[in-house]
Design a protein around this ligand. Sequence first.
Ligand SMILES: [Zn+2]
Length: 309
Amino acid sequence: MNYRRFWPYPFIVVLPFVTWGFANEAVAQTDSLPFADPSKMFERMFGEDTEAERAALEKTAVSLDDETKLGKQMVQSALASLKAEQIKVLTEGRDVEYLKSLVATLQPYMRNKNRYKSIQVMVAQSPRIDARSFPGGTLIFFEGLIDAAGNEAALAGIVGHELSHLDRGHQLIPLKRMKIMEKSFSSPDSWDAFMNSQSNMTKMWTRPFRPEDERDADRDGVAWSYAAGYDPRELAKLFQKKASKTSVAEDLPWATFFRSHPNDQERQEAILKQFKQLNQKQRPKEPLFVGRENLINRFSRKQEKEAMK
Ligand SMILES: [Zn+2]
């Protein structure tokens, strides 16, 4: 899909409304006009999706074929930029096998586990503390993240977080927005549909990073790792570690996974709150697993169980 031909539209379309909105603020204190209140307009253009927008996005399907094609392109460009930075990417070996076994532990909790049956795992040999998932089912973990996690429970939370982005189709949102826009350009059937398409387009440029997606991915990461017997409080500790200004944390290369919005404190608190709720609802049958040694040896609880068979 050609994204470039749409680039001037947000500015052309939004600017008159912005100007008009500000002009109205001084003179009109009425709700009878759609955007008499500029803050409402800004919320619509730049805020989180409205219920209607969310429903429209959910209704818009992307075929696995299209998703896989998009994912391949994204992985290729990610690998090219890692290569340019002279970062080696592994597709086999101890680290890859270790992460694969964590993926296999958490994958069954995905709502779309049948869509993402085979998930590719790669490890970038870099001290960066980061992980990324790509459409179609590729995960790239950075070595720095594995070390920073400190134990298997925290790493399982992160693996769950990345699988959740995939499961919820977060990276497919720009593609879905394009589809919605194309449809409404050809036949805008109402003012609301027209405005939906406008705000969809604006958000493609103004909100490439969606804090609400991070919150959802954290929630899944916690719920799934808890269901698999891990202690999610270890993931919370990781955010605490990052937030501590006194430690060496500041010098570490924390990257996109830990982007500061929603902030670390907020994420940490949300994880602990969710843990409390989960624990009240269903107490674990066995003590929750942390697995410090497992991470050091890059040998998971699952691999241990399999070796004993
Ligand atoms: Zn994320």
